[in-house]
Ligand binder design. Structure first.
Ligand code: 5GP
Ligand code: ZN
Length: 106
């Protein structure tokens, strides 16, 4: 855990979040400033900054979780489509330096 990282604080429940999925390695929770209703962030529990340092295993696992969440959005909230967005690095406008994959129902 990185003591200065807001998403690490969400992982250890120091900061509240609306969690939609959790397992040993991964947490998914609603974005505080959603682009659409249900906008979800999927993160590794281990502090990892971006696509450049996440392990291939964690990235695979997060992708599988994002697929499950996408399918749930289709059935549970009748999403017609889903955007998966991931920003790595300041140049890509990443604002929180803990890896997160956006799952945005459309
Ligand atoms: P980025 O711009 O890095 O791709 O996305 C960061 C996202 O994290 C933004 O959509 C922002 O609304 C969300 N966010 C920032 N701080 C918090 C927080 O404390 N809680 C939650 N749930 N989302 C956050
Ligand atoms: Zn972190």
């Amino acid at each position: 855990m990185d003591a200065n990282c807001i998403f690490c604080k969400i992982v250890v429940k120091q900061i509240p979040a609306s969690v939609v999925y959790e397992d040993e390695k991964t947490l998914a929770f609603l974005d505080i400033n959603p682009l659409t209703e249900g906008h979800t962030l999927v993160i590794p529990k281990a502090h990892t900054v971006s696509i450049f340092d996440i392990s291939a295993d964690d990235f695979k696992h997060i992708s599988a979780v994002a697929q499950k969440i996408s399918n749930n959005m289709k059935t549970a909230i009748a999403a017609d489509g889903v955007d998966l967005v991931q920003a790595s690095g300041e140049a890509a406008n990443q604002t929180v330096p803990h890896f997160h994959l956006h799952v945005i129902p459309r």
